[in-house]
Design a protein around this ligand. Structure first.
Ligand code: ATP
Ligand code: ZN
Length: 310
């Protein structure tokens, strides 16, 4: 599918600069880059900054692999809303004969997908997805619910692009709040102030805006409009490259969608609500490189100090 995102000379130039400087490493596939030592130092420093500045949440740290049981992504509704972004995992299924045929087809540069079968796992599309079934499995929530910190989790979205801000695989650090409707909505309202402030502390000109997810197809347009009217999704925007600002973080209210789907209940048996705040680590690192220059050694000392580069 053609990308809904236009890409211009500014993004191409920025990508070339990042590769020249050894910050990103080309792999040959658009949207897939290795990370050089300086880029990674910035990303990990930022990850530690976010962990430190959000520690007052006393969130429970849960970590999950970059793949999840396929059943979970099927149940979540992701494949209906974002069939164009989901990544599934296939693996070889066959015996000696099929293995030989597959090898021959690859040697001839032919299609070899016939020898592959869908596995039980899919690629995680966001850091929070594995959290809901894990919390549901514990039984009913405590009265004040739960807050989970996913750490910087590697996620996948099939949206190949030459825009260095639009990656196929990237790290998303999320805080996930699950509990009563009122507590969850209050939590997200608090984060409307806190999240942009955390990013402004790093010298980024961050602003908050109502947003929508990139829902698929015509039915998706209706979902997107509803999401905007109800202010379910807010994004923190910064200029990175190109004319349009880029979302470096988002704040999402899910109502009871995930809790009802996976069976997360309050102590009295009513369905819980959920919300999440997600920070895109590579995008924030790119925003910093754009705002302060490609050499972090010359960044403002306050920013260097916050992300532990001193
Ligand atoms: P966009 O509107 O730019 O496609 P999104 O609304 O799909 O982003 P979310 O689902 O809210 O993004 O994901 C949380 C955060 O993850 C985003 O705010 C962004 O920082 C980051 N992110 C999302 N997609 C990508 C991507 N393809 N490459 C790098 N970072 C991304
Ligand atoms: Zn989330």
């Amino acid at each position: 599918m053609a990308s809904r995102h236009s890409i211009g000379a500014d993004q191409e130039t920025f990508l070339a600069e990042l590769i020249d400087a050894g910050l990103l490493i080309e792999t040959g596939a658009p949207g897939l880059y290795g990370r050089g030592p300086v880029f990674e130092q910035v990303r990990l420093g930022l990850d530690a900054y976010l962990a430190r500045t959000t520690s007052s949440e006393r969130a429970e740290s849960l970590r999950f692999p970059p793949v999840l049981p396929r059943r979970q992504i099927e149940m979540s509704g992701y494949l209906k809303s974002f069939p164009h972004l989901a990544g599934t995992v296939f693996a070889f299924a066959g015996g000696n004969r099929e293995a030989r045929k597959q090898g021959e087809a690859i040697g001839r540069g032919e299609d070899w997908s016939v020898h592959q079968r869908m596995t039980e796992v899919a690629l995680a599309p966001a850091a929070c997805y594995p959290v809901y079934p894990a919390i549901a499995a514990r039984g009913r929530l405590p009265e004040d619910g739960v807050t989970v910190d996913t750490g910087g989790a590697c996620v996948f979205r099939h949206e190949p692009s030459r825009d260095p801000s639009r990656l196929l695989a990237f790290h998303m650090r999320e805080l996930v709040r699950i509990g009563g409707a009122e507590a969850v909505n209050r939590w997200r309202d608090e984060w409307q102030e806190r999240a942009p402030d955390l990013l402004r502390e790093l010298g980024l000109d961050a602003r908050l805006a109502v947003a929508n997810d990139p829902f698929f197809g015509r039915a998706g347009q209706i979902l997107a409009r509803r999401q905007r009217t109800q202010e379910m999704k807010l994004e923190i925007l910064v200029r990175i490259a190109g004319r349009e600002p880029t979302a470096i973080a988002s704040l999402n209210r899910h109502g009871d969608h995930f809790a009802a789907t996976f069976g997360i209940e309050m102590p009295d048996g009513t369905v819980a609500h959920s919300a999440c705040v997600g920070f895109g680590e590579e995008r924030i690192a790119l925003a910093l490189l754009r705002a302060h220059g490609l050499d972090p050694g010359r960044w403002p000392s306050q920013v260097r100090k916050e992300i532990g580069l001193n």
